[in-house]
Design a binder for this molecule. Structure first.
Ligand code: ZN
Length: 234
C-alpha cells in the first residue's frame, strides 16, 4: 500500500508502512475480498490543515481518518497520534491504523447507514483479528481499559466528548476480543458481506439481528449476556 509523506517523516513512514502492509494483506484474507485501491498520507503536524478531507473545516489534529474526497481514496495518518488515544501501549498505533484500514475495506463498496456501534464494532474486531494473526499481544492493552465508563455500547450517545468517544471505542474493543475468543474470526467476513447486501437503513434491532446472525449459533444469547452490550447503562 503506497504511503506519501514529507521527506522528514521517512522513519515514521517506514513504521506505518509495516503496519499498513500487515493490515492490508491480513484483512483481505480475513474478509475474503480483494483489498480496495487506496493510499495513505502521513501528514506532519504543520501540514494537517492541508490534508485531504470530506469537510471544509480541518479535523482535530492527531486523529487518523479515511476519506473518499481524493482519488484514490486515502487514509490520512498524523505524524503523532493525539493523546486522546488511550490506553497508551505498544499496541495503540497498530490497532489504530488497522481500525481505519478496516473502515476503508468496508467502504470499498456501498454501505447503508447503520447504528454507529455496529460500524465501529466491525473496525475494532477487524483490528483485533489482525493483531491475533500477526501475533501482536493485547493483554497489557486490554488490562488498562476502564470496563465501566458509565454507559454501554448501545447506550452511548455519539455527541459525547473525545474522552467518552475513546471509552466507547475501548468497550467495543473488549466486546470484539471476547467475540473473537468465543466464535473465531469467521463472523467478520459474514458481517461485512451481510452489510454490503443490506439495501435499507439498518436500525438498532436489525443491527443486533445482523451481528447475532454473523456470530452464528448462540450469537444472540451471547451478545445480550455481555455487560458492554446491555441497553441500559452499567
Ligand atoms: Zn472508526
Amino acid at each position: 500500500m503506497p504511503v506519501l509523506y514529507a521527506p522528514l517523516l521517512a522513519g515514521k513512514a517506514r513504521e506505518l508502512s509495516g503496519y499498513l502492509a500487515q493490515g492490508y494483506r491480513t484483512l483481505g484474507r480475513i474478509l475474503s475480498v480483494e483489498p480496495p485501491g487506496i493510499i495513505a498520507y502521513l501528514v506532519a503536524g504543520e501540514d494537517w490543515r492541508e490534508a485531504p478531507r470530506d469537510n471544509a473545516r480541518p479535523y482535530p489534529p492527531g486523529l487518523p481518518y479515511f476519506t473518499r474526497s481524493v482519488e484514490p481514496p486515502a487514509l490520512v495518518l498524523p505524524e503523532h497520534l493525539s493523546p486522546v488515544f488511550r490506553p497508551h501501549t505498544a499496541a495503540t498505533l497498530p490497532l489504530t491504523v488497522w481500525h481505519e484500514l478496516a473502515h476503508a475495506f468496508l467502504l470499498g463498496r456501498e454501505v447503508v447507514r447503520t447504528p454507529t456501534w455496529l460500524g465501529e464494532f466491525v473496525s475494532q474486531a477487524a483490528s483485533a483479528a489482525v493483531a491475533r494473526r500477526v501475533g501482536l499481544p493485547l493483554v497489557e492493552h486490554l488490562s488498562r481499559i476502564d470496563r465501566e465508563p458509565g454507559f454501554t455500547v448501545r447506550g452511548f450517545r455519539g455527541s459525547a466528548g473525545a474522552e467518552d468517544q475513546m471509552s466507547f471505542q475501548n468497550l467495543l474493543l473488549l466486546l470484539a476480543v471476547a467475540a473473537l475468543e468465543e466464535f473465531g474470526e469467521g463472523f467478520l467476513r459474514r458481517i461485512v458481506h451481510a452489510l454490503w447486501e443490506e439495501d435499507e437503513i439498518v436500525d438498532g434491532e436489525r443491527a443486533v439481528e445482523l451481528l447475532a446472525g454473523a456470530l452464528g449459533e448462540g450469537g444472540r444469547e451471547w451478545l445480550v449476556s455481555r455487560p458492554e452490550f446491555r441497553e441500559d447503562p452499567l
